[in-house]
Write a protein that binds this ligand. Sequence first.
Ligand SMILES: NC(=O)c1ccc[n+]([C@@H]2O[C@H](COP(=O)([O-])OP(=O)(O)OC[C@H]3O[C@@H](n4cnc5c(N)ncnc54)[C@H](O)[C@@H]3O)[C@@H](O)[C@H]2O)c1
Length: 351
Amino acid sequence: MATPLNVAVIGTGMGRYHMKEFVETPNVKLVAVCDLNRAEAEHFAREYGAERVVTDYRELWQIPGLDAVSIAIPNYLHAPVTIEALEHGLHVLCEKPMATSLEEAQRMVQAAEKAGKRLMIGMSQRFRPQSLAFRGMVERGELGEIYYARSSWIRRRGMPVIHFAPGGSMGRGSWFVSRERAGAGALFDIGVHMFDLTWWLMGNPKPVAVSANSFRNLCNAEFERRGIVCDVDELTSALVRFENGVTAFFDVSWVAHQKDEMNVRIFGTQAGFEVYPPTIYREPHWGELHTDTVEIKLVEEGLNPRRHFVECIRDPEKPMIASGQECLNVMAVLDAVRRSAEAGHEVAVNL
Ligand SMILES: NC(=O)c1ccc[n+]([C@@H]2O[C@H](COP(=O)([O-])OP(=O)(O)OC[C@H]3O[C@@H](n4cnc5c(N)ncnc54)[C@H](O)[C@@H]3O)[C@@H](O)[C@H]2O)c1
């Protein structure tokens, strides 16, 4: 049996799911849990068998034999904590969005290269069985040329702080609605998932320009009543142009007078699909329309971001799903969406 991989998790909101997946991965030891909220860190350390509890993440760097950290704390801490961890020789799994700016994300990738350690971003939507199955179809060329995509994640009532229970498992901090601490609102919280999944299922085309708009209309009075400053988007829509005219449109909302909706649709010359419910549309012969509900064979059952991260550490040659380097493209598009919405016109993607 190989030596166990020693990991620590920073953050007990979303981080609690990281802990669960780590301890369920063979030969991985959760050695420490870190959170400013000591009581919660102690609770999860007990639940998942970690010996150490710390409230200052810098104490983790002193733990002998620690191999990796998983970072699930507010967005503005992603870049500084990732860079420090890499400088201390640790592999890093960092939650989405990668950072609050493209420049920070670039520094994270440089730090990983310099340290020779693996950096992965928690793009969890890619790990759903249907996402993995559809990505396989795209890689095998079964869609022909992919020329268009559209995706949506509309929440009727899903504003962090307001609609998420304070005692719940995530979405609790008021940092979510601060541009400085979150980077953006719905765009950086769920837009990052929708754009990333769409882009990855399109086969990673090179983005060149974005035209976008953002809105904040429905919760202003409620935030004022609670004395919380909200200066981020609650809804963003964006048209992204890629090389060779390939195009994608996505829109996301935390709150809207609309029904809840989540989908990604990919349009190819030979076939198209939608992710929810997993369906493939084709016309093998002119006029012969086939609509196939996809039986998602769980070939990759059990694959999750934490297990994949561990496998990539154990095998440094293993291609990583959602590496820091790859996710720079996503950050570049989010950065362009934010700039376009602020400027009121189309902008180039800085890559
Ligand atoms: N991949 C996904 O699907 C997914 C889902 C939810 C959240 N996330 C991401 O995970 C991150 C955390 O989100 P959340 O919903 O858990 O937020 P949250 O506000 O509910 O919890 C954040 C936790 O971080 C702790 N914290 C804050 N500053 C800290 C510090 N300096 N040191 C140690 N702990 C600190 C807080 O005490 C809190 O327990 C965000 O970046 C979010 O985007 C990803």
